[in-house]
Ligand binder design. Structure first.
Ligand code: ADP
Length: 158
């Protein structure tokens, strides 16, 4: 029963994130979406809002739990007895950061493996930052996020 953790800021959760979760859930019996507090990144949405939006976007996907955390990722992984960290890779530009993070996590605990899933079309170029920018400028983010996320963006940026 391998549990995997898909960690991220998810500010907010997009269709690209949902795609990674669904593909991970097809491979592993239990997927925990770990929503990092990440105050350093000054997120638009509070941690509990980011958790609630991810939950709504993933309603009906079985084997998935969304849990917020403010600790070291490795402590969160151990607490939930997970064995694998899942991350999505979009462009080459993601690679260096992701590779460094995987390396640091391996130094912290070599028994925990990082697994990368390539972003899938058509959501492979999606990012939370672009979605926020489009919403702030009055563009329609409907094609990129769950309706609950779209409504939350409209409310937050009004
Ligand atoms: P972080 O702040 O940890 O990078 P994000 O919420 O931006 O958190 O992203 C979480 C993970 O999801 C990262 O591995 C990122 O590369 C991946 N990701 C983001 N957008 C997409 C997408 N459109 N398709 C696939 N993976 C994605």
């Amino acid at each position: 029963m391998t549990t995997v953790v898909y960690p991220g800021t998810f500010d907010p959760f997009t269709n690209g994130h949902a795609d990674i979760v669904k593909r991970a859930a097809a491979l592993f019996p239990r997927v925990i979406v770990g929503v990092a507090a990440n105050a350093r990144k000054a997120p638009l949405f509070a941690l509990d809002e980011r958790v609630a939006l991810a939950e709504q976007a993933l309603e009906g996907v079985s084997g998935v739990a969304v849990i917020g955390f403010g600790t070291l990722l490795m402590d969160f992984i151990h607490h939930h007895k997970a064995r694998v960290i899942v991350r999505g890779l979009r462009a080459l530009s993601d690679f260096e950061y992701e590779f460094q993070m995987a390396g640091m996590n391996r130094r912290l605990d070599p028994t925990i493996e990082t697994l990368f899933l390539p972003a899938a079309e058509p959501d492979g170029a999606l990012s939370s930052s672009f979605v926020k920018e489009i919403a702030a400028l009055g563009g329609d983010v409907g094609p990129f996020v769950h309706p609950a996320v779209k409504a939350a963006l409209t409310a937050a940026l009004r």
